[in-house]
Write a protein that binds this ligand. Structure first.
Ligand SMILES: [Zn+2]
Length: 120
C-alpha cells in the first residue's frame, strides 16, 4: 500500500475546503438575494418596465444556473469534508490507488486518480 496522507496534509486540505466553503456560502447567499429581489431596487425595476424595457430575465436565468453550480460545488465540498476523516480519503474510488497530494491540493473534492480512471 502506498503512502497515505499525513495528518498535516489532511489538515491543510481541511482548512482549504473550509475556506472554499465559506466563500461559496457567501456567494450563494448573494446570488439567492439577487434572485429574490431581482437586479437592482424594485423601484428601478418598475421604472424600467414602465419605460418599456423588458425585465432582465437572461440575468436571472444566468444567476439561477450559477447558483445551481455553486450549490453543487458546496455539496461536493461538504462531502469531501466528511470523507476527509475516513482512512481511505485520498484514494481513487475506482481503482483504489492513492491520488497524488498535488492533485488533491489543487482540488480536494476529487474522487478519482487522473490516470486511467479520469477525473470525477
Ligand atoms: Zn484510479
Amino acid at each position: 500500500m502506498s503512502e497515505l496522507l499525513t495528518e498535516r496534509r489532511r489538515e491543510a486540505l481541511r482548512l482549504d475546503l473550509e475556506d472554499q466553503q465559506k466563500v461559496l456560502i457567501e456567494e450563494v447567499y448573494r446570488l439567492s438575494q439577487g434572485l429574490i429581489h431581482g437586479s437592482g431596487a424594485p423601484e428601478s425595476f418598475a421604472a424600467g418596465l414602465l419605460a418599456g424595457e423588458s425585465p432582465n430575465i437572461p440575468d436571472g436565468v444566468k444567476a439561477a444556473e450559477r447558483l445551481d453550480e455553486e450549490l453543487r460545488r458546496l455539496r461536493d465540498i461538504s462531502r469531501a469534508l466528511t470523507r476527509l476523516s475516513r482512512p481511505d480519503f485520498g484514494c481513487c474510488e475506482q481503482c483504489g490507488e492513492v491520488i497524488p497530494f498535488s492533485d488533491l491540493a489543487s482540488d480536494a473534492t476529487r474522487r478519482s486518480c487522473s490516470g486511467r480512471c479520469g477525473r470525477v
